[in-house]
Design a protein around this ligand. Structure first.
Ligand code: 5GP
Length: 205
């Protein structure tokens, strides 16, 4: 473990829990956190920009990225591919920056295998009723997609056990504060700091 490397923070949570809103608010609260922009085959929603929200790809382009090993993880989610470009994340971590991945659970489990010292945070809704309301309220998907997203959300909630931390998204502000507190605490972990102090002690001899 290298104490000078940044933290890899993975944020997941069921569809509709408000990950996007929380991430947008976190950007303002923690300007030093670096956000990984994913690749996807999903078409852009109104207002989404290439290279800001996602890198929008065709299925062929995405499959080529998989073949070339360009993705740190990838998954198929509600009929579309989503994946994290590897190089950006590795470069940022090597520079000592904390990197945030906002990804679904299958991808998060792939990351966990490669980065066992990553910080895995699961965002949950205050209640199932609230989750249902948020999925319906989004209104960017047809009714078929809504049903599929609700079913997926239920299966995703069951994956909570695989994460280190659970954050309730009762309000965006509170959720962000908790995530910031987790990141601060993780930086203070003895196992992360030991290598740094061992070097310091060795230098004193
Ligand atoms: P949306 O279509 O609502 O933007 O995203 C759908 C789901 O895909 C969300 O749960 C989001 O966290 C996830 N997602 C976004 N980017 C990635 C990625 O790079 N990899 C994986 N595995 N999931 C992603």
């Amino acid at each position: 473990m290298n104490a000078e490397k940044g933290l890899l923070i993975v944020l997941s949570g069921p569809s509709g829990v408000g990950k996007g809103t929380v991430c947008a608010a976190l950007r303002k609260l923690c300007p030093n956190l670096v956000y990984s922009v994913s690749a996807t085959t999903r078409p852009p929603r109104p207002g989404e920009q290439e290279g800001v929200n996602y890198f929008f790809k065709t299925r062929e382009e995405f499959e080529r990225m998989i073949e070339q090993g360009e993705l740190l993880e990838w998954a198929e989610y509600v009929g579309n591919y989503y994946g994290t470009p590897r190089r950006f994340v590795e470069e940022m971590l090597a520079q000592g920056k904390d990197v945030l991945l906002e990804i679904e659970v299958q991808g998060a489990m792939q990351v966990k295998r490669q980065f066992p010292d990553g910080v895995f945070i699961f965002l949950v809704p205050p209640s199932m009723e609230e989750l249902r309301r948020r999925i319906h309220g989004r209104g960017t998907e047809g009714s078929g997609a809504i049903t599929e997203r609700l079913e997926t959300a239920r299966a995703e909630l069951a994956m909570m056990a695989e994460y280190d931390y659970v954050v309730v998204n009762d309000s965006v502000e509170h959720a962000c504060e908790r995530i910031r507190a987790i990141v601060t605490a993780e930086h203070c972990r003895r196992d992360r700091l030991m290598p740094l102090y061992q070097k310091l002690l060795a230098e004193g001899n």
